[in-house]
Every structure is written in C-alpha cells, then in structure tokens.
Ligand binder design. Structure first.
Ligand SMILES: [Fe+2]
Length: 190
C-alpha cells in the first residue's frame, strides 16, 4: 500500500511527473517519501538538462527517454539501503540495478541505478554522464572531473564546450534552494 506522504511526494509541486512505470514501481515498493521527492527532483533537472543540451547541440546523440528513466530510478536501491538516504554509501547502487532487473526493467534502463556514481568507468556513455550530472546540479553541486567528461562528449573547442555547459548548469543550479526545501519537507519514514 502506498503511503499518503509518498503519494504527495510523487504528485505535489510543479515538478514534472515521473515516467509512469517509475512512479508505479515506487508505489509498489512503498518507497520512503524522501526518496520519491529526490527522484522527482533529479528527473525534473534531467528533463531541463536534456532539453537545454538538445536545443544548443541538436546533433549531440543521447537517449532522452533512457536518461529520464535513469534519473527517475537512479537511487531506487535506497528502498533496500534506507540508511543511505541520510548517510553516504554505495550499497544502494548494485542493489538498485538488481531490484530493477527483478521487476522486469530492461538492462539498458536498469543500469543507471548502478552507474550514477561511476562516471570514471571507461564504458560510461553520455546517457550515464547526464544522469550523474543531474544528480549533482539539482543541489548546485559542481564536479569538475564529471563536467570535463561531459565537455569532451560535446566536442569542439574545450573552452567553448565548457562555457556552454557552464551556462546550462548555472541556470539549473539557481533552483537548488527550492529543491532542497522540497526534498527536506518529506520524511524518510512515512
Ligand atoms: Fe541521487
């Protein structure tokens, strides 16, 4: 049964709604409300990020649907490792990927739960990097090595790519205080 608080986290505010299958799964798992709120935020930021990059660089190749699903589920392993909602830890990453696979999510969409903190992996794709980036910039965190990897995928002169990405990220970071307040308003336990 879904808690009313989780339901509010998934529906309140002007944040864009999660993709249907992601929201259904969170309800089925009766996910902690704070996790629901966090996933809404990161999904919303990923939406704006892919929209902004797609407009500026129409030939840049990434799978928007996959990135948005990845953002909407990246921390789902925290249903199992609830302690990682309030303390750092990596156990939720593989647990999240396994959980999604168990619920029938295809591997190419389940992988983000395992990859969102591993941007230095040699097999990382631009889709993976965009989920990692959204998971940082929602609270105005800027991570130089992650941004360098994204800039390399943008191509062209490195300084031009950086200025372009920086412009997009600054605009997204401006909404961080409101997002932090939204997330903090939802309890870890319903
Ligand atoms: Fe996250």
């Amino acid at each position: 049964m879904t808690s009313q608080v989780l339901d509010l986290a998934l529906t309140e505010s002007s944040l864009r709604p999660l993709p249907g299958p992601a929201a259904e799964l969170l309800r089925e798992l009766d996910a902690p409300p704070r996790l629901g709120a966090h996933l809404r935020i990161v999904h919303d930021v990923a939406w704006s990020l892919t929209d902004a990059l797609g407009r500026r660089r129409p030939d840049l190749e990434f799978d928007t649907t996959a990135v948005l699903f990845g953002a909407a589920t990246h921390d789902i392993g925290k249903v199992v490792h609830v302690e990682e909602l309030s303390a750092p830890g990596h156990a939720h990453e593989e647990a999240g990927r396994d959980l999604l696979l168990r619920y029938g999510v295809p591997a190419h969409l389940a992988r983000f739960a395992g990859s969102h903190a591993s941007w230095d992996d040699p097999h990382v794709t631009l889709d993976d990097l965009l989920v990692s980036l959204a998971d940082k910039v929602w609270r105005a965190a800027r991570v130089e090595d992650l941004e360098k990897l994204v800039c390399a995928r943008l191509g062209g002169a490195p300084w031009e790519a950086f200025l372009e990405l920086d412009d997009v990220l600054r605009q997204l970071a401006a909404g961080a205080d409101a997002r932090l307040a939204f997330q903090a308003a939802y309890p870890i336990t319903a």
